[in-house]
Design a protein around this ligand. Sequence first.
Ligand code: PGA
Length: 260
Amino acid sequence: MRTNIIAGNWKMNNDIFTGNNLINQIIKLLEKENANPNVKIVIAPPYTNLSEAKEIIKNNTLNIYLSAQNCHYEDKGAFTGEISPSMLDALSVSYVILGHSERRLYFNEKDTIIAKKITSVINHKMTPIYCCGELLEERENNTYKTVIKKQIEEALFSLSNEQMQSIVIAYEPVWAIGTGKNATSQEAQEVHQFIRQTIKSKYGTIADNIPILYGGSCKPDNAQEIFTMPDIDGGLIGGASLKASEFISIWKSLKSSKTI
Ligand code: PGA
């Protein structure tokens, strides 16, 4: 059975004070609910919050894990301003978001570099959340599947079978991120199924166990419908992860959409 995940990508929002507050609010709301062992909660705050976030969530039995939003592929060295996988590992970070479209767009990250980061993160026993997705133009001119296939092949297809087993994928159509315009559940399901088939063509049944999350304007009012789709195993949530009540409402939708 695949793991279901709700991941909150805070992006460049929250300092340690507001961030601690938000995590505490999330925990408070979760404590009132029945946890579902098959639905993990992942929180991806900025680097500056990771150390304090680690302290807040340690000892919890709520199935909450920490993620970083990026990292370098080298372990150490003269890379001013960068953070390495071993530094994240030392902070008990479990996941690292890699290849987010904002990294591709504003920081010119290419799949060749992202592939190196993925390998490095796996070598440190953390789980990459690899983001892929098409631009509006590529959706409109119907080249989106070609684009996504290329992203998957370039970033993931050099992994061994064993390494591939520790991957989480997030399908995030760029036109849906932060725009309030989500992909319909059918549009998302079509791509999720396509991603799974693409991975299956090289890795066989390993593809059946890879969680594929949907991201892009996923909100409390559309989450339930999206999560009922068979190849959608959760969400990577941006804007709605900044409010504890909305984030937990989305988590509840996932919990009720998937049977244990
Ligand atoms: P959004 O962002 O939910 O604000 O659209 C999603 C993401 O970028 O991961």
